[in-house]
Write a protein that binds this ligand. Structure first.
Ligand code: PMP
Length: 406
């Protein structure tokens, strides 16, 4: 039939394409630095010991069944998740000003937040648009376009310093119309690994307050960046304390290693308990038409971990294990490049950047040479996943990087 004749063939997802090419490669020392998931020192996925323990407890719990969760999710999970990001003593929680909904991981939180904005945000002098950092996680563009909110860029990354273009960032906050919506990465910016300092966050918060901008905070890496959950939540808590209008998209994919379980939450902080109740009622209506009810298994695991002091302590140790392995890889890569190989150029950014990803600052041509000549797979923008490096392959990677930049 003639059905779907006009549907064009979409290009494959570039990260998936990269992984496919890596899998086909038979070279023994091949390395995959494209993947955005934690790997242990033997390049294997890591099921957190605390997740194994929580799963064991759930399996032995005879009271559990497979009934639907409430539309807005498992209440013990959403309440504990809000405390985790906002702080257990958060006045916003105490005042009942936080509307929390369980979502399909961080992607679902971004989507539900964007959908809520497309329906209910009073755009004021701002047009219907969202400011995204240049660059950002590619899905941000698609998520907002899908709900009819056009994305526009704000300057963020400075290729000259392989760091933050702070002046450009602040300038765009100042020149944007009042009540603009800015998507900010709460910590461990993807794809650059470049975060503002606490002093810079304070300036951003001041300008946002002055211009009454809204902070759409995406928090996909709490704990994963520094190894400390509270430290990585600092920017979010500071914004709440200052009274910046905001919401938070929260993911447990990375920090609990629950990628495929899709555990996340959306938290919208309002100025009053009444507003929060109205917001939550509308989120519930939106959620009903999209997924009816969120999935229970992953939320039960995280809820157990967050609500039992012993498991919570165990989780903190597991998070530190992951974060510190990554930090160690940064230090070792920096040492190899600067002290052993005397690789040309400045590599300070390798240890200054934070989280799973690092922008190396190499050109697309050099990235391609790493793939074609050295069997090292990375995205064309020079982003590497530090989680792909380990004590067995880091020397080969450093030597290869050295040879393509010479
Ligand atoms: N936001 C950012 C910035 C991310 O890097 C990710 C993970 N790649 C997500 C959100 C959401 O991922 P998930 O849906 O797996 O939680």
């Amino acid at each position: 039939t003639a059905e779907w004749q006009s549907v064009p063939l979409a290009p494959p997802d570039s990260i998936f394409q990269l992984t496919a090419a890596y899998k086909e490669d038979t070279f023994e020392k091949k390395i995959n630095l494209g993947v955005g998931a934690y790997r242990d020192d033997n390049s294997k996925p890591w099921v957190l010991p605390v997740v194994k323990e929580a799963t064991r407890i759930l399996l032995n719990d005879e009271t559990l069944d497979h009934e639907y969760l409430p539309i807005t999710g498992l209440p013990e999970f959403t309440a504990a998740a809000a405390k985790l990001i906002l702080g257990a003593d958060s006045p916003a929680i105490a005042d009942g000003r936080v509307s929390s909904v369980q979502t399909i991981s961080g992607t679902g939180a971004n989507h539900l937040g964007a959908l809520f904005f497309s329906r209910f945000y009073q755009w004021g002098p701002s047009e219907k648009q969202v400011f995204l950092s240049n660059p950002t996680w590619a899905n941000h563009q698609a998520i907002f376009k899908n709900v009819g909110i056009p994305p526009v860029d704000y300057p963020y990354y400075d290729p000259k310093t392989v760091g933050l273009n702070f002046d450009g960032f602040v300038e765009s906050l100042k020149s944007a119309p009042e009540r603009s919506v800015f998507l900010l990465h709460a910590c461990a910016h993807n794809p650059t690994g470049v975060d503002p300092t606490p002093e810079q966050w304070a300036i951003v918060a001041d300008v946002m307050l002055e211009k009454q901008h809204f902070a759409f905070l995406d928090c996909a890496y709490q704990g994963f960046a520094s190894g400390d959950l509270d430290n990585d939540a600092r920017a979010v808590r500071y914004f709440v304390q200052k009274g910046v209008s905001l919401l938070i998209c929260q993911s447990f994919a990375k920090n609990a290693g629950l990628y495929g379980e899709r555990v996340g939450a959306l938290h919208i902080v309002s100025t009053s308990k009444e507003a929060a109740a109205r917001v939550k009622s509308q989120l519930s209506v939106l959620q009903r038409s999209e997924i009816s009810n969120p999935p229970s298994h992953g939320a039960r695991i995280v809820s157990l971990i967050l609500n039992s002091p012993d498991l919570f302590e165990m989780w903190k140790r597991d998070i530190a294990t992951m974060a510190h392995r990554i930090i160690d890889m940064r230090k070792e890569l920096f040492r190899l490049l600067t002290e052993e190989l005397h690789t040309p150029g400045n590599w300070d950014h390798i240890v200054k950047q934070i989280g799973m990803f690092s922008f190396t600052g190499i050109t697309p041509k050099q990235s391609k040479a790493l793939i074609d000549e050295h069997h090292i797979y990375l995205t064309g923008n020079g982003r590497i996943s530090m989680a792909g490096l380990n004590t067995h392959n880091i020397q080969y990677f450093a030597a290869s990087l050295d040879s393509v930049v010479r």
